[in-house]
Design a binder for this molecule. Sequence first.
Ligand SMILES: [Zn+2]
Ligand SMILES: [Zn+2]
Length: 157
Amino acid sequence: MSLDITKIRPEFDDIFMELAKNLAQRSHCIKAQVGAVLTKDTRIISIGYNGPPAGTHNCDEEFPEAGCPRDAKGSCSLALHAEQNAILFAVKNGSNIEGATLFVTLAPCIACARVIYTMKISKVIFLHSYAAYKGIGKEEGVEFLRTFGVEVEQYFK
Ligand SMILES: [Zn+2]
Ligand SMILES: [Zn+2]
């Protein structure tokens, strides 16, 4: 077997964020597509993407013209966020997620930040800024997490 020196050996961070990006593309939501991967060390505990609970609505099929029904903040009012779906699946199946690292393609909103903190997830790595996406001045979810000791990093590659 020859050694291919040009072959790039991906880091786990890259693998998990690539997976989060791929998962985002599965989202049925029209407004935003977000993917999340919940990990511990080098293993995957759970995955999720944003959308209404399974068995309820598919925004893109039901509201192709009007778009998702919005809440007061302009988000899809029917969807669970990617982080929530990943966490809920893990908990529903009895996984211990304390100390886990969450990879997510969009920085957590304040509601998800509260859940992430409560579940004792110790680190969040996000791809895109939530503040920039929402056009708001403050990265409120990230600030909340950092204030209460959760490590948060933006992924740059
Ligand atoms: Zn939607
Ligand atoms: Zn959220």
